[in-house]
Write a protein that binds this ligand. Sequence first.
Ligand code: ADP
Ligand code: G6P
Length: 461
Amino acid sequence: MSRLIVVSNRVSVPKARGAAGSQGGLAVALGSALRERRGIWFGWSGKETQTFSGHLDMQKNHGVTTATIDLEPQDVDEYYNGYANRTLWPLFHYRIDLAEYESGFGKGYERVNQRFADSLGPLIDPEDTVWVHDYHLIPLGERLRTRGNKNRIGFFLHIPWPPRNLLVALPFHERLVRTMLAYDLIGFQDEESVDSFLGYCRKELQAEVSEDGTVTFDGRSVKVAAFPIGLDYDEFLEGGQTGDARQAEQRMRSSSRYRKVIIGVDRLDYSKGLPERFDALGRFFDTYPERVKETLYVQVAPPSRQDVASYQKIRNTLEQKAGQINGERSEVDMVPIRYVNRGYSRQELFGIYRSAHVGLVTPLRDGMNLVAKEYIAAQDPEDPGVLVLSRFAGAAEQLELDGEGALMINPYSMEETSEAIRTAIDMPLEERKARWEKLNEVVKTANVERWRENFVEALGA
Ligand code: ADP
Ligand code: G6P
């Protein structure tokens, strides 16, 4: 078996069994995928240095070898906070209104991708397979090719790929897409992203696109396909057997005084549709005032990317909305919303999900959304809760199940979300069980191992 080299901006091996954190979907999925395979995880250390040296910090970390480099403050500003999170992230999540285009961001992005290639290149043996992740590193494959690396190199995008009409708003979009054609395999979360990418190649590049999703351009062929990411199902369930998980569940149940609990768990990101969700809850409480006392909404939202203004803004908006909803409806011994900004361990999260009658996952756009899958996996098979899911999450393609899985909503419609909450809360046990069994089967089988195997196998082919 050839060695697997995984590259992503952030290298944060989940601290094995425990430790609180809010790592986001990518870190959670990769940590478990890599633990089982001899290989290296390469990326940014998360630290800054005044002058870039390219020094590699190699460590063995919970069964995974990591190799990281430090970046200069200007790199972090232009590449991570800039091009990645102020240009690509909003645009790829359909927030063209928030996307900023500064030439310095683009230069920083190219510089850091070059730095990644220069530091990583010498580590790669000829028979290694290289797997590059996410929007921070789109040009990396091409940079490695220019250095002479002839390995199989694959790329997986964890966020949505936007439709052609949106993408062309990005200055130099063609240059970015052309660099992607240096990979041997490009993976997306869902078919919609695959279609958008192929449509772009056909129309903007006049590339040849075959029935099976192979793009041929400039003498190179790249295979493009959907590989929906999954959960480390067994690990998550194992965590659910621990004292920490049980304690967290019990704390939720007793402190909610046996009200119906609705749970939301999201990085504090504008793509997650949190203000819209809070408004829908307000609507639910207004439409069914008798339910206020019977319901508790718990929103866990760890802050994210706080150096970017749009993230500071969403944080303020939510604080204001949570305050208002509670101010208007609380009693001296009861609040309808608990709004929590901290991270929890995976075990505690399991218990928190399990205590909730409704899992509310309502992003305006999301590559996949692992929280939806975690909520399902954590349910008690004898008394499962109901998942309310946005049609704009990548997970929707798998969890809609022809109307027999999650309750699907349009997160832009307060009324639809509010009605789905009511339906979920009132759903009889029999229907809850029937829906959950179908959903659980998908989450259990389309797991992270399957995702990794499918991708690596296709890359080797
Ligand atoms: P994204 O990758 O955009 O953050 P996902 O839903 O795909 O969205 O992944 C989020 C991951 O981060 C999930 O595995 C979730 O459990 C984890 N997470 C989110 N919030 C917290 C938190 N407060 N504490 C611990 N983990 C969290
Ligand atoms: C999403 C992205 C990841 C990213 C994560 C957390 O899952 O797809 O690439 O790591 O969010 O965001 P952060 O900026 O903190 O790494």
